[in-house]
Design a protein around this ligand. Structure first.
Ligand code: ADP
Ligand code: ZN
Ligand code: ZN
Length: 812
């Protein structure tokens, strides 16, 4: 028998045909993970995956043989997942092996941690005596003595490589247990530095012969009593360690987090009866689910329309029918409330996957889903690859969220992948959002998806009233807060209600702008505006971390009339504190949420009403459901409109609708104040509409998209050539353009570029983009691969890297 296989290390990940020996024929299946070895040569083995099997003699057979079968012969990829890897490779123009690597957790794709243990049964039965073949007997003899070994140790003791098949037979016989054991992983720690609190007074003088150390000392002094990472301070670890030796500084271990155990848990919610509109939506969804056919529904429900309850009730029906389900959320750490509400209903039936899990936890979770011990997988993007059989429903919550697109290879979009997986599994796919992506809403309009609308909030709660504050004409209470917003905040505090303030920092935010000459300090390496950090009194690049000291005057014209385009949340916090000296203010941004559990702690304090003002970045716009919030203020509501990206309006509309939706979610009516500099935008015209504001915005904006032929009226494919050598990067991009133009019939699309990327340089590498707008048809994966290989070969000497991004979400 022959097998079509992919393996990372062989033929650069391209599929090849290998021989399957007779002894393994019975057990091997498509989707199996195997060990392969070259018949000649070193006899090195590597892991491969079976794509398909055939009995036909194949002429292009490589001198490669399947040597052993892993994971007890159970396919690690079921039929629909295998089909999905093919689709992803084809659609996203990427290698098949990359899609497999994305699909299987790293913990599964390794044999290093494979462990064999002898069972109680085998020990008691004195198994070695009753076992027939010599190999089995030697294995059992060793195991009776050692009790527990890694497979690698056992292989060395026996001097034999191919043991997996025999081991899994012994496992089936109840003699052995095969599993993966990872050493317990400690929380990730990183060293931070701070000044020694008992610093000798003459320390600066003592360092006058070590200018670098003196500079480091000054920088440490600038951050006060807090500690920071070496890159944040802008000094090398060597220099900082020298300071520690002299007793001037200290090292502090800081725990890094991205954990789901955010420390936020709500009290159990009383069970609710679905409202009439929830009931109606459910009836339609459950009806479709029972047909056991593929279908995609777009659940367009305004904020607070009770989509979660619909998901939960539908999942109950899926569980009752003995099927399985996947629930995708954009970022699990940011939405502990949503995840918690699912857990409350499904307990052990649900597995919540998140990036902070240890390898052991990841492997155990995968294994438990694979074996049907847990039937719902909930998590971010990659959860779409959960190894579930018998899939009934896939739910993509907040389907418009950009976090669903992976920004490294394979650059798949989890929402579109979800739709394909549902199609291959004859399952239902439900996309939910208050502000659907244009792609999805357009598909609903043209009948590809079924649209279900929930135009009202549950329980008679009304949509919040939205007001614009035009900053040019408004008196100010502080540099960033208008008198009007200030008075609204004061009013809520008087009534004991809560306030959420969003400091939109999307785009070139937090940078400095000279009001006299227009100069904005840029990063020398990345060519993007540097961001001002008030506590450290410095400017920092958010791409590469480069630091420049801050001068209170413009470096070009010396004017002190500087404008903080969008001052960081820290500065707003200071302003608020001055305006409301008695009030405790909670700040939620990247700086306050790096340590473990801090995000959850902030939410909990707000939930328990220990503070009444929550100020933050986009993080505060996502999924929060707090009934006492009656006012939402946005400080620079229009800042996101200035980014050079055709989706700027869509994203701003979506963000503002989402954050506005945090207000007035219970019987208490809510208000929203948007501070703007530019009030003419269509985004605001639409937002101010009380009825069908999304649909009106969609129709307006679609006219523009149609005219310029932007998605969803076309498809974009972005090619990037980057290199340390700018000329070479540009030349490679030019050659990419020419190749594309030759291939692409004019009626099918246009080729734009090459142009320096919006962020023209990252970490010392120049980036050039070529953009294809495809009106019709598709680009052949074979042709793209050929072009990629050609370009990389031709420009190899300049270290060129070439990437393809299909349906890019980020054009910078
Ligand atoms: P969405 O995700 O659509 O913005 P949620 O699912 O968070 O809305 O629901 C909004 C609020 O309404 C939540 O506090 C939820 O507990 C509550 N809710 C939902 N459905 C009902 C119902 N049928 N009866 C009472 N309260 C409900
Ligand atoms: Zn200036
Ligand atoms: Zn930089």
């Amino acid at each position: 028998m022959y097998a079509l296989i992919v393996s990372e290390k062989i033929f650069r990940g391209d599929p090849f045909v290998a021989i399957v020996p007779d002894t393994l024929e019975q057990e091997i299946q498509p989707g199996s993970m195997v060990l392969i070895s070259t018949k000649k040569g070193s006899g090195r083995v590597s892991i491969g995956y079976i794509l398909s099997l055939s009995t036909e003699e194949n002429l292009i057979t490589a001198e490669i043989e399947v040597a052993d079968i892993l994971y007890s012969g159970i396919p690690v990829l079921n039929a629909s997942l295998l089909q999905l890897t093919g689709w992803i490779a084809d659609y996203y123009l990427t290698r098949r092996i990359d899609t497999l690597n994305a699909m299987l957790p790293a913990a599964v794709r390794t044999t290093v941690h494979d462990v064999v243990e002898i069972t109680e049964f085998a020990l008691k039965a004195e198994a070695p005596k009753i076992i027939s073949t010599a190999l089995r007997r030697s294995i059992m003899q060793i195991m009776a003595r050692e009790k527990r070994l890694t497979v690698h140790q056992l292989q060395r003791l026996l001097g034999k490589k191919q043991l997996y098949r025999t081991l899994s037979e012994l496992e089936r016989g109840g003699h052995l247990l095969l599993s993966k054991k990872f050493s317990s992983t400690k929380p990730k720690l990183r060293s931070g530095y701070r000044l020694n609190p008992s610093l000798p007074e003459e320390s600066a003088a003592m360092l006058k012969h070590s200018p670098k150390q003196l500079e480091a000392l000054t920088r440490l002094a600038a951050i006060g009593n807090t500690c920071a990472f070496a890159e944040t301070i802008g000094c090398s670890k060597e220099v900082l360690n020298a300071l520690i030796k002299k007793g001037f500084a200290e090292k502090v271990e800081i725990e890094i987090t991205s954990s789901f155990s955010t420390g936020f848990a709500e009290e159990v919610q009383p069970s609710k009866t679905a409202t009439a509109s929830q009931q109606k939506a459910l009836l339609q969804l459950v009806g479709a689910f029972e047909k056991e056919e593929y279908g995609t529904f777009l659940l367009h429900g305004v904020t607070g329309s009770g989509k979660t309850l619909i998901y939960i009730e539908l999942l109950k029906a899926v569980m009752a029918a003995g099927k399985t389900a996947i629930v995708l959320v954009p970022e699990i750490a940011l939405t502990p409330q949503t995840a918690g509400r699912f857990r409350e209903h499904f307990h052990d039936e649900i597995t919540i996957l998140h990036s902070a899990m240890s390898n052991q936890e990841k492997y155990d979770a995968w294994h438990s889903l694979q074996h049907g011990k847990s039937r719902i997988a909930l998590g971010a993007r990659s959860t779409i690859f959960a190894p579930l059989e018998n899939l009934g429903v896939i739910i993509v919550d907040e389907e418009h969220d950009g976090a669903y697109k992976q920004d490294r290879n394979p650059r798949y979009h989890a929402r579109d992948t979800a739709i394909m997986r549902a199609m291959f599994s004859k399952a239902l796919c439900i996309l939910g959002s208050a502000t659907p992506s244009f792609e999805s809403y357009n598909n609903a309009m043209n009948g590809k998806y079924t649209l279900i609308e929930l135009p009202d909030r549950v329980d008679g709660a009304t949509m919040p009233g939205i007001h614009l504050v035009w900053m040019k004409e408004s008196p100010k209470a502080s540099p960033s807060i208008s008198e009007l917003l200030y008075r609204q905040i004061a009013l809520r505090l008087e009534k004991g209600e809560q306030v959420i303030l969003l400091q939109n920092r999307r785009g070139f935010a937090g940078s400095i702008f000279c009001l006299d000459c227009g100069h904005t300090p840029l990063c020398t390496f990345c060519n993007i505006p540097l961001v001002y950090h008030a506590t450290e009194q410095h400017l920092r690049c958010h791409y590469c971390g480069h630091i420049k000291s801050y001068t209170a005057a413009c470096v070009k014209c010396s004017s002190t009339n500087l404008f903080f385009k969008s001052s960081g949340t820290e500065r707003i916090e200071e302003e608020l504190q001055t305006l409301f000296p008695e009030e405790k203010i909670l700040r939620m941004d990247v700086d306050t949420t790096t340590t473990k559990g801090s995000h959850g702690r902030i939410l909990r304090e707000f939930h328990e009403q220990k503070a009444r003002i929550l100020l933050g970045t986009q993080m505060v716009a996502k999924g929060l459901d707090f009934p006492e919030v009656t006012l939402v203020g946005v400080l620079m509501a229009d800042i996101g409109l200035n980014i050079p990206d055709f989706r700027a309006s869509e994203r701003t509309f979506s963000l503002l609708t989402q954050v506005a939706g945090r207000s007035g979610r219970s019987s208490k009516a809510g208000e929203v104040y948007l501070q703007v500099f530019n009030r003419e935008s269509d985004v605001f015209t639409a937002l101010l509409q009380r009825e069908e504001s999304y649909k009106k915005f969609f129709l307006q904006e679609m006219a523009v998209r149609k005219e310029l032929r932007y998605p969803p009226t076309s498809r974009l494919i972005k090619f990037e050539c980057n290199s340390e050598d700018e000329k070479q990067a540009e030349a490679a991009a030019l050659s990419c353009r020419e190749t594309l133009i030759r291939q692409l019939p004019q009626a099918n699309g246009t080729v734009l570029g090459p142009a320096p990327a919006g962020i023209a340089k990252i970490r010392g590498r120049y980036r050039y983009h070529v953009l294809v707008k495809l009106f019709d048809g598709k680009l052949s994966p074979h042709f793209i691969k050929q072009m990629g290989d050609d370009i990389t070969n031709r420009f190899r000497s300049s270290g060129l890297s070439f990437t393809v991004d299909v349906d890019p979400q980020n054009l910078m």
